[in-house]
Design a protein around this ligand. Structure first.
Ligand code: AHG
Ligand code: MN
Ligand code: MN
Ligand code: MN
Length: 332
């Protein structure tokens, strides 16, 4: 991509951001500061994730979030950490979180950005020591600086994102993001407390032999989804489903493959939320050469109307997503 002045693998996130700073003439320091804030909160959440079993941070809060989901303690803890880091960093004037009914105003009315976030993705996996993640999506505000952000700032549509990415708290902890100039990956070195550049230019293979979906929902799936999955099995592709979107997505990004969360009886629009799951992961996958579709068009082209609206998500290798889209078109 045009801005990729090759930087040595092993440079720190800090140095990388500073050098990229020079390349993106228009991008003043704010976006860099936002990425620093997110990385800082990620380091803190990473520490808590690694200690979850030891401290009393596992288990449910005994309360529900706006999604009607039982909140896990780490959902709430991660939510607090990211909102606090973004508030202290000064660049985000408001935050939309999976764990908050309405937008959270940080008080940084001079901030030019707003952030939509899934503070902890895959929370059903926390207590069983399986990989979990954080997903974030950044917009430049459209309301005047100096005022509080409004719905308009968050409902601009997926193609208006200026940056998006995720943190995967896996066998190693990685930060993967795009600012619209390709996809870059950093790996966290616990002993030094730093993210180091490990993947300067991530691209997804055009094809793949992995499909990821919760087949427990098979009898809810539309015929085109069943036909697609049957084709995958006839081709002896392999099924891989961790139950953490970030973990399944990241594996498929590196090896090729497709992740599906189709409409189900329980979630007729699919389970995944558009603003802090669908849009950010769709931005990253398109920047990596892949595709993200809903079965009725590109995820990034959906017009947003509600903060917590859900959308079907078929995301991954371009060829596999195209095969599914072709079947959906026949059935439509
Ligand atoms: P979250 O933990 O942020 O609410 O997201 C959970 C999502 C996603 O991470 C995962 O792929 C999916 O829910 C799993 O859903 P099922 O258990 O219905 O397969
Ligand atoms: Mn949740
Ligand atoms: Mn999630
Ligand atoms: Mn979540």
């Amino acid at each position: 991509n045009e801005n990729a002045i090759a930087q040595p693998v092993g440079t720190t996130l800090e140095r990388y951001i500073m050098r990229k700073q020079a390349e993106f003439a228009f991008a003043t320091g704010e976006l860099s500061q936002l990425l620093r804030d997110i990385a800082l909160a990620g380091k803190i959440v990473n520490r808590e994730v690694n200690r979850a079993g030891l401290t009393s941070i596992i288990g449910g809060m005994g309360q529900q979030n706006v999604q009607g989901e039982a909140q896990q303690k780490l959902d709430v803890e991660a939510n607090i950490r990211f909102i606090r880091a973004l508030t202290n960093g000064g660049e985000a004037c408001a935050v939309l979180s999976e764990e908050e009914d309405d937008i959270i105003h940080t008080g940084n009315c001079q901030g030019k950005y707003v952030v939509a976030i899934d503070p902890l993705d895959g929370s059903s996996n926390i207590d069983v020591n399986i990989s979990i993640g954080t997903i974030f999506s950044i917009y430049r505000r459209v309301t005047p600086v100096g005022q509080e952000a409004t719905r308009k700032d968050f409902l601009q549509g997926g193609r208006k994102q200026v940056a998006a990415g995720y943190i995967l708290y896996g066998s190693s902890t990685m930060l993967v993001y795009t600012t619209g100039h390709g996809v870059v990956g950093f790996t966290y070195e616990n002993s030094l407390g730093e993210f180091f550049l490990s993947h300067p230019n991530i691209t997804i293979p055009a094809g793949g032999t992995t499909f990821s979906c919760n087949e427990g929902n098979w009898f809810d799936y539309a015929q085109y989804v069943r036909d697609f999955l049957t084709q995958c099995k006839q081709q002896r592709m392999s099924g891989r489903y961790v139950g953490s979107l970030v973990a399944d997505y990241h594996r498929n990004l590196f090896t090729g493959g497709i992740y599906l969360y189709p409409p189900t009886a329980k979630n007729p629009q699919g389970k995944l939320r558009l603003l802090y799951e669908g849009y950010p992961l769709a931005f990253v996958i398109e920047q990596a050469g892949g595709r993200a579709e809903t079965g009725a068009g590109a995820v990034l082209d959906i017009e947003p109307t509600e903060f917590h609206q859900r959308a079907p998500l078929y995301v991954g290798s371009a060829n596999l997503v195209q095969d599914l889209v072709a079947l959906a078109a026949v059935e439509a």
